[in-house]
Design a binder for this molecule. Sequence first.
Ligand SMILES: NC(=O)c1ccc[n+]([C@@H]2O[C@H](COP(=O)([O-])OP(=O)(O)OC[C@H]3O[C@@H](n4cnc5c(N)ncnc54)[C@H](OP(=O)(O)O)[C@@H]3O)[C@@H](O)[C@H]2O)c1
Length: 333
Amino acid sequence: MSQGRFKNPVEATLTGIKDLFRKQDLADHLSEKDRLDGKVCLVTGANSGLGFGIAVELARRGAHVIMACRGGIPEKGEEVKKLSGSDLVEMRRIDLSDFASVRAFCAGLQNDGIRLDVIVSNAGVAPSRGRRTVDGFDEIFQVNYLSKVLLYDLLLRSGVIPNDRFAGNGVRNGPLPRILFISSDSHQGASAIDWEEFGTYFDYGINKAMSNYSYYKLMLNTYATELARRLTRSDGSPDVSVNVMCPGPVNSNIARDAPPLLLGFMKVIFRIFFRSPAVAARPVAYLCASAEVEGKTNYYLHMFNEKQMDPKCYDEAAGALLWKRSYDLLGLH
Ligand SMILES: NC(=O)c1ccc[n+]([C@@H]2O[C@H](COP(=O)([O-])OP(=O)(O)OC[C@H]3O[C@@H](n4cnc5c(N)ncnc54)[C@H](OP(=O)(O)O)[C@@H]3O)[C@@H](O)[C@H]2O)c1
């Protein structure tokens, strides 16, 4: 049976607050000179919370930002333009709980001839109970994990993310494309992937929901590690750089689905202790824009600290099996 690190949201919140007091080793490595002029950056879930903060920060640094969202179109894009002082912001619709929407979104980018330099997979949910999607999966499994596999398969095979491995259009001279997964350090200590449960829908309540959140982040990190492996050339250099980060506690809408009493408590704690999306977006900007990150892959930051993921995320056999089982579920061979 799969098991996450935390059994309830209070335990997770207190751990997050403790993390905020740790020294941030790389905090002064991001400077205003880290620019993204001429780069096309995609941010999923950019209408709210951390994703919104990332969109503003990347646009402010000169990027053409594509906000991939299921809501807030067009008003959130207008807000990003105003806050960043840039007009290079567009919104496109994607619903990660619906594979047809993911496919339509990717086809749109391909048809418009877009080439992505940076992709931030930020969108995520923390539902308080099981919810079945139109595709028959549990929402948290599909949104936080499986749709990302579909998204990257489509973007890599079509060459929308330039690469040699799947499309033969990799970058020869110049900065490599960067894929960044927004994960959570709560994945540390979650159980190994349960292959019997894999992809199966079952009902659950609030306690299992919290546990699921960190369990699926461990699954996501295992996939990211496998993707980084597959996007590494035979000489060991990356074809595309694939990194993972945890933003630490962010004052966002992530707890929106909590029961009313708990939500009231969480909102107060979030407001007092958690970091604003603008501050939490800074290590993301570092990973997207800094020359120091060029050529790095399978790199993990917890806020501004370099760290190792849970050892299970680096298990090559688990990574290969996860790839296969995910492609089986998606019918993508
Ligand atoms: N907040 C924290 O303390 C914290 C800590 C560690 C990691 N994280 C991670 O940070 C990321 C951003 O979360 P957040 O804290 O900023 O929460 P948030 O404010 O709730 O933002 C989540 C974003 O994901 C989008 N999203 C959810 N379901 C979607 C779907 N089916 N299709 C497309 N977009 C969808 C949401 O869009 P809608 O507004 O339309 O629902 C929203 O834009 C998540 O991956 C989360 O796990 C957060």
